[in-house]
Ligand binder design. Structure first.
Ligand SMILES: OC[C@H]1O[C@H](O[C@H]2O[C@H](CO)[C@@H](O)[C@H](O)[C@H]2O)[C@H](O)[C@@H](O)[C@@H]1O
Length: 576
């Protein structure tokens, strides 16, 4: 079947690519060819490769393939613009037609008890506009997808979803966590639960939550936050049925992250054995949604096995959600040195620890003490692993850890201090998000001081890294999820200084989101933290608006910190 991984054989010499591959569909493969022809025809300007793999067919694939072959081509193989446009018009439905607008059943313009701590009328009016964006981002799969799924790369999800926005026309895994945080503020509990139901459907169908709900995302997941979504919804609504429905799926998901190629054994400096996880996509070809871009990068590599490994790294980085960043490069000025499969990432292991702890809590809630006990042990073991492998006392941060190239799951790595990545990334502070760490006074104090002097905090929020690489998960971009996890963690601690730092960061972030919104009329996917009101940039696609997680985080911050009546909002409001 399409979802059964196939283990690749190891080439005899040189750099090798090893690991499972989930085959793609003939439709995706064909749309990649259309994408390539479109680039040859239209040229680089304004070209978005993802558009072509999001198209729907109007007729059977075989008829369209025949028509594609018959297109008149010039000596270099490209088709004339009018011929290509006519072909597109005749045989394809536009990207986005497959996911249609869905009226959210629980949206009201001003929910009862909405943001009681936001007193300033200007801020309240804006918060209501952000709240109203849920209506714009709400979608359901069209009947044509349900009737002829083979005509679409969109997967036939059972319920409505909230999309990030713009080119991201389908539901995304980790984005959904912050979308749900915002929906809870907006009291849209039905919409939040429907998203979770769809993600559970993906686990039931594929064994894990996909990166996003498209046929070309079946070879990888994204940062695993489903347990956090379920637990947060439960804590607001008390919906026991949701917990009961989610628990078996969460156990299955945990197995995905904690076995096979995702699992790595490390022996620490005191001889204790630990198990941690890494990102590892089941794919070793160009990402279909960015195929033309990936091939151009890979053309700098010489042999086929180096290329396969490089493609696997690209897909695995997409699994991390941090696509792309110097965080994953052996040489931060050479994109072809991406090597995430040789890294144990701090944040991934924190998400898995949180999943284990959430399972403990939810198993207790439904009275399944055996499951609770066994996952408590698993969580204790992972906590010990995180302390031994990632924690760096001198830096007051948790550092990603480099493992040997091509490590299989059975081998055991010997921990070496020099394998910790000493570069500063916002992810080095993500552990503070979870209660196990933010309730530890000594850790909070060390981490707060370390964060204060890290250089990550800019005028408009937390930078992703300190390296200006031109990649989108690097300096000077700030992303909503990273702001949220660090702010929430500092805010939950018992430390007065940490709490006020959390509030300060949240206010910088709210101000920049507000000013950018007033200037551009939109919420953005990422922001430039160097300057209040500036949006982010870099990476392989133009900056996107909408935007699911940014909306969610602004609403969550406003709920937590409020906004006094007499406090001005805007860029000058921030004391640096
Ligand atoms: O098309 C390129 C890549 O786009 C996605 O990644 C970015 O957007 C996602 C949706 O907001 C977000 O979850 C991710 O963190 C961003 O970097 C997609 O997830 C990638 O798989 C894709 O290759």
């Amino acid at each position: 079947s399409e979802t059964v991984p196939k283990v690749m054989s190891k080439p005899a010499t040189g750099n090798f690519d090893i690991g499972p591959v989930v085959p793609t569909t003939p439709l995706v493969t064909f749309l990649e060819r259309v994408q390539e022809s479109a680039l040859a025809t239209f040229g680089q300007k304004d070209f978005d490769p993802k558009l072509y793999v999001d198209l729907s067919l109007k007729f059977d694939l075989s008829a369209i393939v025949t028509a594609f072959h018959k297109l008149p081509r010039n000596a270099t193989g490209s088709v004339s613009i009018p011929d290509f446009k006519e072909f597109m018009h005749e045989y394809f439905d536009g990207a986005g037609n497959d996911l249609v607008y869905a009226e959210p059943p629980d949206f009201v313009p001003e929910p009862d008890g909405f943001l009681p701590k936001v007193k300033n009328p200007q801020v309240r009016a804006w918060a209501l506009e952000v709240h109203a964006l849920w209506k714009k981002l709400s979608r359901r799969v069209s009947c044509s997808v349900l009737g002829r799924p083979e005509f679409h790369t969109l997967l036939p999800l059972p319920g409505p979803v909230v999309i990030p926005g713009s080119r991201f026309r389908e539901v995304y895994y980790w984005d959904s966590y912050w979308v749900i945080r915002g929906l809870l503020v907006s009291k849209m509990y039905k919409t939040a639960k429907a998203i979770v139901t769809n993600l559970i459907y993906l686990i039931d169908t594929y064994g894990y939550v996909l990166n996003g709900a498209r046929a070309y995302y079946t070879n990888r997941s994204q940062p695993p936050l489903l347990s956090a979504m379920v637990f947060d919804i439960y804590n607001r609504t008390g919906d026991l049925d949701l917990v009961k429905k989610a628990l078996p799926a969460l156990l299955k998901e945990l197995q995905f992250w904690n076995s096979g190629i995702h699992k790595v054994n490390v022996q620490d400096d005191r001889g204790r054995n630990h198990t941690l996880s890494r990102y590892y996509a089941m794919w070793n070809k160009p990402r279909p949604e960015s195929s033309t871009i990936d091939k151009a990068h890979a053309s700098k590599l010489l042999n086929a096995s180096e290329k396969e490994q490089f493609y696997r790294e690209l897909a695995s980085i997409a699994e991390s959600g941090w696509d792309f960043s110097t965080r994953w490069m052996r040489n931060t000025s050479d994109f072809t040195t991406l090597a995430i499969t040789s890294i144990l990432p701090v944040d991934l292991n924190i998400f898995i620890l949180k999943m284990e702890l959430d399972i403990v809590s939810m198993a207790q809630i439904v009275g399944d003490n055996k499951t609770a006990e066994s996952f408590l042990k698993a969580a204790q073991a992972r906590k010990a692993a995180i302390d031994s492998v990632f924690w760096n006392e001198e830096n007051g941060q948790w550092l990603d850890y480099w493992i040997s190239n091509g490590t299989g799951s059975q081998e055991c790595q010997r921990w070496k201090a020099s394998n910790q990545n000493n570069n500063t990334f916002a992810s080095n502070f993500v552990p503070i998000w979870i209660d196990l760490f933010n309730s530890d006074t000594c850790i909070v104090e060390k981490v707060r001081k370390s964060f204060q002097s890290s250089g990550l905090l800019g005028a408009a929020g937390i930078a992703t890294s300190l390296t200006r690489s031109g990649e989108q998960w690097d300096f000077p971009n700030g992303w909503a999820p990273l702001q949220h996890m660090i702010v929430e963690g500092l805010g939950k601690s018992g430390s007065h200084e940490a709490k006020s730092m959390a509030q300060d960061i949240a206010m910088r972030w709210i101000n920049t989101n507000y000013v950018a919104y007033k200037e551009t009329g939109a919420m953005h996917e990422k922001y430039n933290v160097e300057k209040c009101g500036d949006i982010g940039g870099g990476g392989e696609y133009i900056p996107q608006t909408g935007f699911g997680w940014s909306n969610g985080v602004v609403l969550a911050f406003l709920e937590e910190f409020g906004w006094p009546a007499d406090l001005k909002i805007g860029c000058n409001g921030v004391m640096l």
